[in-house]
Ligand binder design. Structure first.
Ligand code: GEK
Length: 243
């Protein structure tokens, strides 16, 4: 089951280990991401809307770092008539196992190829849409440029990348304020100060945020021509990059 309440960090851990997408996280993942990422449900819905607008006939759609397949499902639903193949990739065996069950239940097993693997190392087929919904932030910094370049090269002219990320701000004061507002959002969603602080420790050096300027520069260098922020809330944003 994957609809349990996230209370992983509710009690004091003697030592907070590195965060990993294991079975414990998979069990609570839908609750965790909804209560931790401002605007997550809206972003998923709009990924469907963007798929309806940008998916080109006879090309694949990628959901990279698909977790339980929320974006996959939105893309598949809003391109049903055109029937683009959807390729959903994640490197967590526990995520893939649960995603496979959920996609089966949703009747999407034929439409979606579920792949267990590292998105930064894979070869891409011609595609018209790729989604990195809060995934790039977990990929080692030194792999990010080459990965985005390879993805851009496989994307058809007029095709898109949707890149959602937690970001950091060059300005320390702004960074502190936006972080504080994010924590207020989490508190409002029922997380305690202990949970917020232990989760922060677990994500240290695992989730590595960059600035909006860093993302824009990388996308431009890879060959995306139009780059727009289409969603923004505190230190979370989503970019639409058109090839
Ligand atoms: C959603 N997109 O629900 N290769 C493949 N997968 C990876 C890699 C990698 N190198 N690194 C991390 N992951 C989803 C939410 S969660 C975001 C994405 C979050 C996977 C990791 O296993 C996890 O499932 C996902 O990326 C990140 O729209 O939890 O903040």
């Amino acid at each position: 089951m994957s609809d349990q309440l996230d209370n992983i960090y509710a009690t004091a851990h003697q030592q907070v280990g590195r965060f990993s997408f294991d079975e414990t996280v998979v069990r609570v993942f839908p609750d965790m991401i909804r209560r931790s990422v401002p605007g997550y449900p809206t972003i998923i819905d709009m990924i469907g809307v963007l798929a309806a607008r940008y998916a080109q006939p006879d090309t694949s759609l990628y959901d990279l770092g698909c977790s339980l397949g929320a974006a996959t499902t939105a893309m598949a639903a809003l391109t049903e008539q055109q029937g683009n193949p959807v390729i959903a990739v994640d490197n967590s065996p526990a995520m893939i196992k649960q995603a496979s069950m959920l996609l089966d239940h949703a009747g999407l097993a034929e439409r979606v190829s579920l792949v267990e693997g590292d998105v930064a190392q894979m070869a891409f087929e011609p595609c018209s849409m790729a989604v990195l919904n809060f995934t790039l932030q977990f990929i080692p910094l030194e792999h990010r440029d080459g990965f985005i370049k390879r993805l851009a090269a496989a994307t058809a002219p007029g095709g898109i990348l949707v890149l959602s990320e937690k970001i950091r701000f060059e300005d320390d004061e702004e960074n502190a304020l936006q972080t504080e507002l994010h924590h207020a959002f989490k508190r409002n969603n029922g997380y305690s100060d202990l949970e917020i602080s232990q989760k922060r420790t677990a994500l240290e050096n695992v989730l590595i945020p960059e600035t909006l300027a860093d993302h824009e520069a990388r996308l431009r260098a890879a060959g995306y021509r139009h780059i727009h922020v289409w969603f923004r809330c505190f230190n979370f944003m989503s970019l639409l990059a058109v090839r």
